[in-house]
Design a protein around this ligand. Structure first.
Ligand code: FEO
Ligand code: CA
Ligand code: CA
Length: 630
């Protein structure tokens, strides 16, 4: 989700107007901080001395990089600015599913006037596709896909200016977000949704679900409608995804705060008020106007409803009757994705970013161990939540969030994880988006998409955001990818080493730190890395959600795109460009690894149909020779 889709003047633009930029940073100071002891890239440093990437050595390092042998089985493509998808020669794409496609034959499906009728809007493919995962089950392919938010202007009747005018309007918006689970099949003419499959299911803003873990049942999670504090309706703003070793889907609630508003006073008691401030819950909301038609979203009436959202939700994609579970053990914040990996002893480790300027990077480590075929009950409930602290010397540590370290009770730590992270002095990050773990090495990567407030403003909790460590550029408009190497090759370890895999930038415009790291060239440049996943061969796929103006500081970068990186060499190549206006987000593979599913969120123009509204879609990418695609 971009920062800007709901507001006329974006938060970034408002900030820029009110907090003018300081003078340019000293280049050497910035790059010194970006280069860890391990180097921005071990591969690049192996090509020459560390000094070679500094100053005038920057270009020669780039040339040296370009001359290394590539693991990529395609010729990289140029940036594009049109309203289409582009892929390297030898690859094809088709639409798998688009906003409004009927999952059931009794649903009316898409209509150009307003996306489709309210009746059956909970039985069609939702809008604004995001994280996704494919599950093989009894010879079938089942895909779970998030629908992050709704563009109110195209989902409501023309003339309403995107403003709900009735409870029915709100219900329609609520229906079109959440998660789609559907069976898909590859037929002679390509991939298609299996309409009316018993696995097809829509989960939306009113779907019953259960809270579990140490905070479940806490007073801050109780409402008049649910005095138990365990029975919740709906999952909100489903952004990135994850998959457990036991075959369930994780959907992550990100900007849940935007759905809430107030037709009266906000709560004034210190605990709730502090939480509202830190999580950005206010009287106006972000324009969905749910609170004007649905009292559950009016925090003057139900002040604790927001505490029931902002979690990671587990869904069994193979059982359409299964109740989704919100795991309070994984903390409450603006969850991007949930990358699950096993520690050496079988404990379950979940890496999670909190996507807001100056917020933290988290991980959860279970108490119990995963045993294939054994019970998984409690594995995502009982454990310890940590927040990351990065040191400038290339080391870091995971700080346990416990009553002893934070002075908070365990339920409070989980419900207000941001406050707990502040209490222990975690590092304020440049908007942590997706985390991805390399399946062939004990290392993890996180996209830090950008942070135009770096070095100029504290986060919403008042924590300073100094320039340094893995956040080395003031008013960072391009973003970077940090990676860490857990000590003892164990994801459960509390110590790690870190470096920057890439600093995005524009070497066609700048020759200083704004040019990015040496593995960024005029031929592969991009901004705002966001979605990210490793394929089975150990290449890392990087999706962008950035400025696609193709002008000024972003000249030559074109539309949002998907690139692939080689962790060993640092090489990065552009594989796909999306239609102008879109964000490329969400990535999954068919079980035979011959198809890659890619999400195209909020495209511009009238892609992909060319004759109607722009329709957020998932596409299927294949090789013309039928070969493996990761
Ligand atoms: Fe939904 Fe931070 O992206
Ligand atoms: Ca994202
Ligand atoms: Ca983003």
């Amino acid at each position: 989700m971009t920062d800007t889709h709901k507001t006329k003047l974006s938060a970034d633009a408002w900030d820029d107007a009110h907090f003018p930029r300081p003078a340019e940073n000293d280049f050497d100071r910035v790059v010194d901080r970006a280069l860890s002891r391990r180097g921005v890239l071990r591969g690049i440093l192996a090509l020459g001395s560390g000094a070679a990437v500094m100053g005038t050595g920057l270009l020669s390092a780039r040339h040296a990089l370009a001359s290394t042998a590539s693991r990529f089985p395609f010729a990289p493509i140029d940036p594009q600015t049109d309203f289409d998808i582009h892929l390297p020669a030898g690859y094809d794409w088709q639409v798998l599913a688009r906003w409004g496609d009927a999952l059931f034959s009794d649903a009316a499906g898409y209509a150009i006037a307003d996306g489709g009728p309210i009746a059956g809007s909970d039985r069609v493919f939702g809008e604004n596709t995001d994280g996704m995962e494919v599950f093989a089950f009894r010879g079938r392919q089942i895909i779970a896909i998030n629908h992050e938010y709704a563009n109110t202007d195209i989902n409501l009747a023309a003339g309403q200016d995107g403003t709900p005018a009735s409870a029915e309007d709100v219900l329609k918006l609520q229906n079109l977000q959440g998660v789609t689970i559907m069976e898909i099949a590859q037929r002679a003419d390509g991939w298609a949704v299996v309409q009316d499959s018993p696995f097809n299911r829509r989960i939306h803003h009113n779907t019953p679900m259960r809270l579990s873990g140490p905070a479940a049942g806490h007073d801050l999670l109780k409402t008049q409608a649910d005095p138990s504090g365990t029975d919740v309706l709906g999952t909100l703003n489903n952004c990135g995804s994850g998959v457990t070793p036991w075959g369930t889907y994780l959907t992550c609630e990100e900007n849940f705060n935007g759905y809430f508003g107030a037709n009266g006073d906000l709560p004034s008691d210190p605990v709730r008020a502090a939480g509202y401030t830190r999580y950005g819950i206010g009287a106006d909301g972000w324009g969905y106007d749910y609170h004007k038609w649905d009292a559950r979203f009016d925090v003057a009436v139900t002040p604790d409803e927001p505490h029931r959202h902002g979690w990671v939700v587990e869904i069994d994609p193979t059982d359409p009757s299964a109740t989704p579970v919100k795991h309070t053990g994984l903390g409450r914040f603006k969850h991007e994705n949930a990358e699950v990996v096993l520690a050496r002893d079988g404990r379950v480790v979940v890496y999670m970013g909190d996507d807001e300027r100056g917020e933290f990077l988290y991980k959860f480590v279970s108490n119990g161990v995963y045993v294939p075929g054994g019970t998984t009950e409690g594995l995502l409930d009982d454990g310890t939540l940590f927040a990351a602290r990065f040191h400038d010397d290339g080391t870091g540590e995971w700080l346990a969030l416990t009553p002893e370290t934070t002075g908070m009770t365990l339920p409070e730590i989980l419900i207000f994880s941001r406050l707990a992270g502040s209490a222990v002095g975690a590092t304020t990050m440049d908007r942590p988006e997706w985390v991805a773990v390399n399946p062939h090495a004990v290392e993890a990567y996180c996209c830090l998409t950008n942070n135009t407030r770096r070095g100029t403003r504290p986060n919403a909790g008042g924590d300073e955001t100094p320039v340094g460590g893995p956040n080395p550029r003031a008013e960072n408009q391009y973003g970077q990818i940090v990676r860490w190497f857990p000590h003892d090759d164990n994801h459960a370890a509390t110590g790690f080493d870190w470096d920057l895999y890439v600093m995005a930038g524009n070497p066609a415009v700048y020759s200083d730190a704004q040019a990015g790291s040496p593995n960024v060239t005029p031929g592969n440049m991009f901004n705002a890395p966001d979605g990210m996943a490793f394929d089975s061969t150990g290449l890392v796929w990087i999706q962008t959600d950035g400025d696609d103006s193709n002008t000024g500081d972003f000249a030559g970068q074109g539309n949002n795109q998907m690139l692939v990186g080689d962790p060993a060499t640092g090489e990065i190549a552009r594989f796909m460009t999306g239609p102008k206006g879109c964000e490329v987000t969400g990535l999954a593979w068919s079980s035979d690894r011959r198809t890659m599913f890619v999400g195209i969120q909020h495209p511009g123009g009238s892609w992909p149909d060319g004759d109607g509204l722009p329709r957020s879609s998932v596409i299927a990418v294949t090789r013309q020779d039928g070969g493996l695609i990761g």
